[in-house]
Design a protein around this ligand. Structure first.
Ligand code: NAD
Length: 295
């Protein structure tokens, strides 16, 4: 069996550290999560974030906006949260209904409260090597690899997917750690050659079980990080991400086919998902500290 990179376990360890920090804070940090509409998957994600936040003593306001809220109404709501000094961090749960511009909405968040690190200002700071908030999934992936002491310096890493949310920031962080990164996208012609010669393969493409044994070198030396979360059927009434049955959620990697050919692999669920939640709250705690510690 390969080493299973257990994001739930690592999240538990991060929670202990965060809980100790938050215990000393008064008033408590607060995260506002804005969800537009009633997408069941999004609701399960948000409840998961709320549960984790509250478990470490952070206040979490779950604000539900109606599906047909206008862009200006949504932006006004975000401006109110920006002005509310009790709110340390703000996130807008994606995806948004197609009538709303993600860019305009996200950029309405005060960069000092943008704990997802997605505003243009924070993206630029991150690119310049002065990150204020590292996007949570990218931060979670690196923390998972580092927790298991998987070396990044000089490692050959293939990052499949180049989205602003996951692939691009993950590739950038890895480069800063000294990894030799190759980014592949949907039109890359020789992805299998690239993945086979890599030490670490990070998959964030949103294609259920696309990565099969063909993408893997056969000597059980590689590490595979599966970021994908794909619902095969309707998510149903799961209250939390972790309650969505394994039969419903699959990753981008065919876990059963790949697991015996690699040295280490992150499962779905239970790998990157929990790390993303933990990393988000690391950002919330940093936001609180930046806002309260006099400079
Ligand atoms: P996206 O659709 O924005 O981007 C997908 C990227 O994959 C694109 O850059 C595309 O070019 C690339 N791609 C598509 N097919 C490819 C292929 N065959 N080979 C190489 N690249 C290919 O998606 P996203 O927001 O980056 O999310 C990716 C996946 O990660 C989704 O399943 C999403 O649900 C999941 N996700 C998980 C977490 C988590 O916490 N675990 C967080 C965010 C997203």
């Amino acid at each position: 069996m390969p080493l299973i990179l257990d994001g739930k376990k690592v999240r538990g360890e991060i929670a202990k550290t965060l809980r100790r920090k938050v215990e000393a804070f008064s008033p408590k940090p607060k995260l506002a999560i804005v969800q537009v509409g009633t997408n069941k998957e999004s609701s399960a994600y948000v409840r998961q974030k709320k549960k984790f936040g509250e478990s470490i003593g952070v206040l979490v306001d779950y604000l539900k906006a109606p599906e047909f809220i206008t862009e200006s109404e949504l932006i006004l709501k975000l401006k109110e949260l920006n002005a509310d000094s009790s709110v340390s961090g703000i996130i807008v749960q994606l995806p948004l209904p197609s009538a709303l511009s993600v860019e305009k909405t996200i950029n309405a968040i005060d960069p000092e409260k943008d704990v997802d690190g997605l505003t243009a200002v924070n993206e630029q700071l991150f690119k310049e090597g002065k990150p204020r908030f590292i996007p949570a999934t990218a931060r979670g992936i690196i923390e998972l690899l580092e927790w298991y002491h998987l070396p990044l310096f000089d490692a050959k890493v293939a990052v499949l997917g180049r989205s602003k949310l996951v692939g691009a920031p993950t590739a950038l962080l890895l480069k800063k750690k000294g990894a030799l990164v190759t980014v592949c996208h949907s039109k890359t012609p020789n992805t299998k050659t690239i993945t086979r010669r890599s030490d670490i393969i990070i998959v964030a493409i949103g294609k259920p079980k696309l990565i099969t044994a063909e993408y893997i070198r056969r000597n059980r030396t590689q590490t595979v990080i599966d970021v994908g979360i794909n619902a095969r059927t309707e998510v149903g009434e799961a209250k939390l991400l972790e309650e969505i049955p394994r039969s419903v959620i699959v990753g981008d990697v065919d876990f059963d086919e790949v697991k015996d050919k690699v040295a280490a692999i992150s499962p779905v669920p239970g790998g990157v998902g929990p790390m993303t939640v933990a990393a988000l709250f690391e950002n919330v705690v940093s936001a609180y500290e930046m806002q309260t510690v006099p400079v």
